[in-house]
Structure formats: C-alpha cells, structure tokens
Design a protein around this ligand. Structure first.
Ligand SMILES: Cc1cc2nc3c(=O)[nH]c(=O)nc-3n(C[C@H](O)[C@H](O)[C@H](O)COP(=O)(O)O)c2cc1C
Length: 191
C-alpha cells in the first residue's frame, strides 16, 4: 500500500505538518509513504499514479490555497484529470494558517473539490472537536474542530521548529494513520 503526501509550503510550517502526516501513515503496518514537496520543479506524476491514496496539504493564503498548490492543481494536473488517472484513489487534506480561524475551511473545501473532480474518495477527520468544553484545552486533538480535514495554526512570529503546537501535529499524524487504515480496508475490499 502506497500513500503520497503532496504539499506546498512557503516558509516551512506546512512542511512540518506534512512530515507528521507521513509519520502517522507509517504507524500502519504495510503502509509505505512518500513525501512530495511542490517547489515549482517537475512533479513526479508516476509516483502519484502509483499511489493508492494522495493526501494534499497547503498553507491558507488569503483565505484560500497558496499559489504554489494552485499552480499544481490548475496548471499541471490537467492530463491526469482528462484521463481520470486518480479515479477511486483515496484522498484527504490539511491546511495550516497564521490566525486561529484564518478562513482555513475555504482551503480545505478547495482541496476536497479538487479530489472530487478527479473522481477520488475523500476521507474526512473522524475526531470529535477538541477545546470545546469547560474541561477542554488547546492540548486537545482537533482543537480547531474540523471535520473535512486537518487544520493547524502556526504563530506568525515563530519558526516551524516551534509552531504549530504538539496537539496540531498529533492531529496531523492521526489523519495520516486514518487514511492508511481506510486505504487498507478499501484495497482489501477490491481484492
Ligand atoms: C500571502 C499570504 C497570505 C496569508 N493569508 C492568510 C490567511 O488568509 N489566513 C491566515 O490565517 N493566515 C494567512 N497567512 C499566514 C500563513 O498561513 C502562515 O504564515 C502559515 O504558517 C504559512 O505556512 P507555510 O510556512 O507552510 O507557508 C498568509 C501568509 C501569506 C504569506
């Protein structure tokens, strides 16, 4: 079972989240993960096509996906889209922003629509919302209360070594593990 985590990151925060997603994938026996950074260079299409699931990640810029990710979506995935090469692969997503809210949902909607247009099967986040009761805290998993995908927040004045916080990073790892588990079941059903 192969899973690719493909992401753009302007200043390293989303890259750190991507690494945690990949770590989560590796928690599942038999899962092999590839981290693919979108840097503006050639995209390894054959590696994407060979994957059973693709997990997309981008920072939220101006309430939307970063231009680096949009370039991948809009300019270069057309051949894969025309032939529906990713049809029935599993997909999931994550986004990272500077503000607590920061309009991250719009970025996740962009990722999920992108997956839908490629005929993919979207895997959401099955965690109850954290930090939403009198006993909750920012240390809770899914502290931003998202279902569509993982939301993480990085303080604007800190480097990726110090932010996002550990609960966001663990939530990212949880998503990776979930996608790998669901992919394994999906593949078993197809056999
Ligand atoms: C051009 C630009 C637009 C941004 N727009 C938003 C935004 O709409 N909401 C938000 O919360 N943060 C916004 N930010 C902050 C980034 O989301 C934040 O710095 C994030 O950690 C960047 O991730 P990266 O290091 O992976 O690029 C913006 C940053 C840039 C550079």
């Amino acid at each position: 079972m192969k899973i690719a985590v493909i992401y753009h990151s302007g200043s390293g925060h989303t890259a750190r989240v991507a690494q945690k997603v990949a770590e989560g994938v590796q928690r599942v026996e038999g899962a092999r993960v590839e981290l693919i950074a979108l840097t503006g260079g050639p995209v390894p299409w054959e590696r994407l096509e060979a994957s059973d699931a693709l997990i997309f990640g981008a920072p939220t810029y101006n309430g939307s996906l970063s231009a680096g990710f949009k370039q991948f979506m809009e300019d270069s995935t057309r051949p894969a889209w025309i032939e529906q090469k990713w049809r029935n692969k599993l997909a999931a997503g994550f986004t990272n922003s500077g503000a607590q809210h920061g309009d991250k949902l719009n970025a996740l909607i962009g990722l999920s629509l992108f997956a839908a247009q490629h005929g993919m099967i979207w895997v959401g986040l099955d965690l109850m919302p954290g930090n939403s009761s009198s006993t909750g805290s920012t240390a809770d998993l899914n502290r931003h209360g998202s279902w569509l995908g993982v939301m993480t927040q990085s303080n604007n004045d800190q480097s990726a070594d110090d932010t996002p916080n550990s609960s966001d990073l663990e939530t990212a790892a949880y998503l990776g593990e979930r996608v790998a588990t669901v992919t394994r079941r999906h593949l078993a059903g197809k056999a």
